[in-house]
Design a protein around this ligand. Structure first.
Ligand code: PLP
Length: 365
């Protein structure tokens, strides 16, 4: 039995998104002025309109990119600021871009992984230079949701730009709190669209220096021929977001039941983020003393695809910076695995995982 519970890495492609991608593969260059070019442009425009409507912005505020990483790096390198504040649980794309910069500050989180807004306020109050603040909407490892509306108020008060990495929020929760954010980044492969398309959403009138220079695509904000097929797939996936949100109501029940059964049978397991709002599809659980990589291998052998939340290079899993930021001791931070469901998940997936996981826990005892 193959079980896929790694939607926070990439969600399976939705049939409608696949159909849109396949149709898009035959389209030509969206910048060409001839008939076939205009047909490709019309397809990109349709996807832009769908994306803009979903984000409650104007189509011109959407800049299509190749990935969320590209969109985040464009925002971080291209915004006219002189300092960077980020939460301690940001994705590696933000951390690795901000850390080499001369003027950055990491805003701590509490033991639930929620950003400390008092610290954010205090450091912004002291800063004379224009600052960009990066706060993700939902964490990719724990699913913990950040108080974006409150962070936005603080940023406004002190004239800072707020960049919200909303990659894991799309298709999982209502994105209304994003309204008014200066810069938002969304991606499509986490919600059932293809890899190869994402969007940088800019507040009206906010100019950024492009990361990729060259042609005049995306109103001179991102050079390079648009990936028409992936962008069409993104539009199709966004059109199905309300279905995904409905599925989340069930996924929440299955996830909660899984966590309850696991904790009842194995109280030594540490579940992260249970005491604070989380996206409904994600569980991060640690089996102290058992390396995450060994657990992943065991589960893989049993036909279950899950991840460790932490960056994984050459098969080596290090301690999670997110869990460390939440104060988890190293033996827990390097022993945590992430279970994440989504639009095609079933009750059986979670029930089967629970059984196999608990069998594994017994073997490690
Ligand atoms: N931000 C978050 C919260 C993510 O989960 C990811 C992907 O895991 C990214 C950014 C980067 O997305 P991509 O790898 O598609 O560029």
């Amino acid at each position: 039995m193959e079980i896929y519970l790694d939607y926070n890495a990439t969600a399976p492609l939705m049939p409608a998104a696949r159909a849109a991608v396949v149709a898009g593969l035959d389209l030509l260059n969206a910048s060409s002025v001839h008939g076939p070019g205009r047909a490709a442009r019309a397809a990109v425009t349709a996807a832009r309109n769908i994306t803009a409507e979903y984000m409650s912005v104007r189509p011109a505020q959407i800049v299509f990119t190749s990935s969320a990483t590209e969109a985040l790096v464009t925002a971080l390198r291209g915004a006219a600021v002189q300092g960077y504040f980020m939460s301690s649980v940001e994705h590696e794309a933000v951390r690795a871009t901000v850390q080499p910069l001369p003027n950055f500050f990491v805003v701590p989180t509490d033991e639930n992984g929620v950003i400390n807004l008092e610290t954010l306020s205090a450091v912004l109050q002291k800063s004379a230079a224009p600052i960009l603040v990066a706060v993700q909407f939902a964490n990719n490892e724990t699913g913990v949701i950040q108080p974006i509306a409150e962070a936005m108020k603080i940023c406004r008060k002190y004239g800072a730009l707020l960049l919200v990495d909303a990659v894991q929020a799309v298709g999982r929760i209502d994105i209304a709190p994003l309204q008014g954010a200066d810069i938002t980044v969304i991606s499509t492969h986490k919600m059932g669209g293809p890899k190869g398309a994402a969007a940088l959403v800019l507040r009206e009138g906010l100019a950024i220096t492009p990361l990729l220079t060259g042609g005049g695509q995306e109103e001179r904000r991102r050079a390079g021929t648009e990936n028409v097929a992936a962008i069409m797939g993104m539009g199709a996936a966004i059109e199905h977001i309300s279905d995904s949100l409905n599925v989340m109501l069930q996924v929440a029940r299955w996830r909660d039941q899984m966590e309850k059964e696991i904790l009842a049978a194995a109280p030594q397991i540490k579940m992260f983020g249970q005491n604070t709002p989380r996206i409904a599809n994600t569980s991060m659980m640690a089996l102290p003393g058992a390396a995450a990589s060994t657990q992943l291998m065991n589960l893989d052998l049993a036909g279950i695809a899950v991840s460790s939340g932490s960056a994984c290079s050459s098969g080596k899993v290090g301690p999670s910076h997110v869990l460390s930021a939440m104060g988890a001791p190293p033996d827990a931070a390097s022993a945590a695995i992430r279970v994440s469901g989504g639009w095609a998940s079933t009750a059986k997936d979670f029930a089967h995982f629970t059984q196999v996981y608990l069998d594994m826990v017994k073997r490690f005892a």
